[in-house]
Design a protein around this ligand. Structure first.
Ligand code: UFG
Length: 322
């Protein structure tokens, strides 16, 4: 198959590219390289540098028949989306609509969409399944929900089949070490801890220790990016075989607190990592936990790298050499 991966030089996109390469697909990557990393571009794949908002770039990408699209090109910092929403309107919404338009124009019927648990907002119950109310608490989450809803319409109106994959806390790096470029300017806990461990930053801060959890710090569901990658190819197989769209959560179904992750990181890297405890970050729920029952049943998907130590080791293997 010939597949287009938008954002294919980025953190999650590059791991899906690896999975697709293992399966022998012909791959074309569109990435504007703002967050993408040169080191994660593989010479055997076709690469077009540019924005998905640019129809001329998409014209090049669809010059030869594309069988399916994996769509990762988007901003993903929830905090930033509240202070600079238009940045998210343009890239996440406008970019996706331009892409969908091109798919219809050039006759491509299948898209795997990188969505987020941010579509749920503050949890009303745990674990969060796909029937949980959809009330995003930040603009980033809203852009993901808006696209999911439009994908529903494009299915009804144009027969476009989509897999909308709602990730929980994506983390980790390729266990085989093939990804060499780290995420640029990370805003998430684990890459920040790793940067502190590697001396790229002085230390890190735990945002609040007075939550109603066992140790007072927030609990999250971390899922290894290589497990996510596997789910993407299974999801594409599903929508192509069944000719129906799909929405699923992707999480490990196990929760770790910020403090547990900090302690385990020190164990994995074998030294103390400077950190202090600060105030809560606005908008953080105490606990998030996925139900991935649907993905397990429908896709026959099982995470294999997502226990905390495997996940952290896969990160440290990269960061320790920086
Ligand atoms: N945290 C710190 N210090 C930091 C960074 C984060 O203590 O320097 C804490 C946060 O307060 C939170 C936890 O670590 O309690 C995880 O925070 P992240 O920023 O890594 O991730 P979030 O849980 O806020 O959000 C992530 C994705 C969202 C997704 C969500 C779903 O960024 O897109 O997981 O679980 F929706």
């Amino acid at each position: 198959m010939r597949v287009l991966v938008t954002g294919g030089a980025g953190y999650i996109g590059s791991h899906i590219v690896l999975e697709l390469m293992e399966l022998g697909h012909e791959i074309i990557i569109v990435d504007d390289m703002e967050k993408g990393n040169e080191a994660n571009l593989f010479p055997e794949n076709e690469f077009i540098k540019g924005e998905i908002q640019d129809p001329e770039i998409l014209k090049k990408a669809f010059a030869k028949k594309v069988d399916a699209v994996f769509h990762f090109a988007a901003w993903k910092a929830a905090g930033e989306s509240m202070t600079d929403p238009l940045k998210y309107t343009m890239n996440n919404l406008n970019g996706t609509f331009t892409l969908l338009n091109a798919m219809i124009q050039y006759g491509c019927q299948y898209i795997v969409f990188s969505s987020s648990a941010a579509v749920y907002g503050a949890p009303k119950y745990l674990p969060i399944d796909e029937n949980h109310p959809l009330q995003p608490e930040n603009y980033y989450g809203y852009t993901k929900l808006c696209i999911e809803e439009n994908l529903e319409w494009f299915d009804k109106l144009k027969g476009l089949k989509s897999a909308r994959l709602r990730y929980f806390n994506a983390a980790g790096y390729d266990p085989k070490g093939r990804i060499k470029g780290i995420e640029k300017t990370p805003a998430n806990l684990l890459p920040i801890i790793m940067e502190a461990a590697a001396g790229i930053r002085k230390g890190f801060e735990i945002f609040g220790n007075d939550y109603e959890t066992e140790d007072g710090t927030c609990v999250r569901d971390y899922i290894h990016v290589s497990d996510l990658a596997k789910a993407h190819v299974l999801a594409l197989d599903y929508i192509m075989a069944k000719k129906e769209s799909l929405t699923v959560n992707l999480g490990s179904e196990s929760g770790y607190s910020v403090k547990e992750m900090a302690d385990l990181s020190e164990k994995v890297v074998g030294k103390q990592i400077p950190h202090k405890t600060g105030p809560r970050r606005l908008g953080d729920p105490a606990k998030l936990l996925a139900s991935s029952k649907k993905a397990r049943q429908v896709l026959n998907w099982t995470p294999i790298y997502s226990d905390a130590e495997t996940l952290l080791s896969s990160m440290w293997n990269l960061y320790k050499n920086l």
